[in-house]
Design a protein around this ligand. Structure first.
Ligand code: NAP
Length: 269
C-alpha cells in the first residue's frame, strides 16, 4: 500500500511542500506520495474524519489558516497547545487516532544551533503563527531581551508573555536596538506584500539576519543585510528543516539532507 501524506491549507496551490517531500521520496525510493489538498476552514472537520478511516494516510502538514483550529480536532495535541500554541503536523496512529505536533520551531532553530545566543538581544518582526514557533524556540535558546515589532502591538505583547520572554513591543519601523539576531517572521517582503523597510545600521557587524520569507528567496531585507556585509539565513532553510522532521514522522525514514543543494536548486527553478 502506497503511504500518503498531504499538506492542507487555503490557499494551497503555492505550497512548496509537495516538491520537497517528493524529492526525498524519489531519492529514497520509498513507496509513498505527498500531495497538496485545498481544505477550506469549513471542510477541516470532514477532512480529518475521512483521514482517520484511511490506513494509507500517514498524516499531513497544516498551513495557513488552520494552524490554530487543527489543535481542537486531533485526539492528542501533546504539549503543543500549551506551549507553542500552533500545530503544523498531524500524524495518524494505527488505530485511526490523530496526534499533533509542531516541527516549525525545530526547523527554525536548526540553522542557528551553533551560535551562542544565550542572553543576547534579539528582534523579531511579526506576531502571527510563525512567530509563535520562533519565539518558543528563542525562549528555549535563552535569548533576551527580545524586541517584537508588529503591526498589531497587542499580539506581540501576548507572545512575549506566553513564552516568558523579557523584552518590549515596538511599532513596525521603530529604530532597531543593537541586536545579535534579527528575524523577520512577518509576511512583509513576501511577493505581493510591501517590503520590510528597516535601517540595519544599529546592528553590530556580527549580527545575523534571518528572514523566514522564502518567495522571493532574497528578500529586500536580506539584500540590505548583504549590502552591509551581515551574515544571513534565508527562508528555505527553515522550510526544508521543518519538512525534514515531518517527513521522518510520516514515513519512518530520515530524508537525505546531503542532497539539500540539489533540493534548493529544484525549489528555485
Ligand atoms: P500569519 O499568521 O498570517 O501572520 C502574518 C504576520 O505578518 C503578522 O505578524 C501580521 O501582522 C504581519 N503582516 C501581514 N501583512 C502585513 C502588512 N501588510 N503590514 C504589516 N504587517 C503585516 O502568517 P505566518 O504563518 O506567521 O507567516 C508569516 C510569513 O512567514 C509568511 O510569509 C510565510 O510564508 C512565512 N513562513 C515561512 C516558513 C518557513 O518555513 N520558511 C514557515 C511559516 C511561515 P498582524 O499581526 O498585525 O496582522
Amino acid at each position: 500500500m502506497t503511504m500518503l501524506a498531504e499538506v492542507i491549507g487555503d490557499p494551497i496551490a503555492h505550497s512548496k511542500s509537495p516538491l520537497i517531500h517528493r524529492f526525498w521520496i524519489e531519492a529514497l525510493g520509498i513507496d509513498a506520495d505527498y500531495r497538496a489538498q485545498h481544505v477550506p476552514a469549513e471542510g477541516l472537520g470532514a477532512y480529518f474524519e475521512a483521514a482517520r478511516a484511511r490506513s494509507d494516510w500517514r498524516g499531513c502538514n497544516v498551513t495557513i489558516p488552520h494552524k490554530l483550529a487543527v489543535m481542537a480536532l486531533v485526539d492528542d495535541p501533546g504539549e503543543v497547545r500549551g506551549s507553542i500554541g500552533a500545530m503544523n503536523t498531524v500524524l495518524r496512529q494505527r488505530d485511526g487516532s490523530l496526534i499533533g505536533t509542531n516541527t516549525d520551531a525545530a526547523g527554525f532553530a536548526a540553522p542557528i544551533a551553533d551560535r551562542d545566543l544565550a542572553g543576547r538581544p534579539v528582534v523579531v518582526i511579526g506576531a502571527g503563527g510563525a512567530a509563535h514557533a520562533i519565539l518558543f524556540a528563542l525562549a528555549r535558546l535563552g535569548v533576551g531581551p527580545v524586541t517584537v515589532q508588529n503591526r498589531s502591538p497587542l499580539k506581540g505583547a501576548g507572545l512575549l508573555a506566553r513564552f516568558g520572554l523579557k523584552g518590549e513591543v515596538k511599532p513596525l519601523g521603530a529604530p532597531l536596538p543593537p541586536a545579535a539576531l534579527l528575524v523577520n517572521a512577518s509576511a512583509l517582503g513576501m511577493a505581493g506584500q510591501p517590503p520590510l523597510d528597516l535601517d540595519l545600521a544599529p546592528l553590530p557587524e556580527d549580527a545575523l539576519v534571518y528572514d523566514i520569507v522564502y518567495a522571493p528567496l532574497e528578500t529586500p531585507l536580506l539584500a540590505a543585510a548583504h549590502d552591509r556585509g551581515l551574515e544571513t539565513v534565508d527562508g528555505l532553510e527553515m522550510l526544508i528543516g521543518q519538512a525534514a522532521l515531518a517527513f521522518e514522522l510520516f514515513f519512518g525514514a530520515a530524508p537525505p539532507r546531503d542532497r539539500d543543494e540539489d533540493l534548493r536548486d529544484r525549489l528555485l527553478a
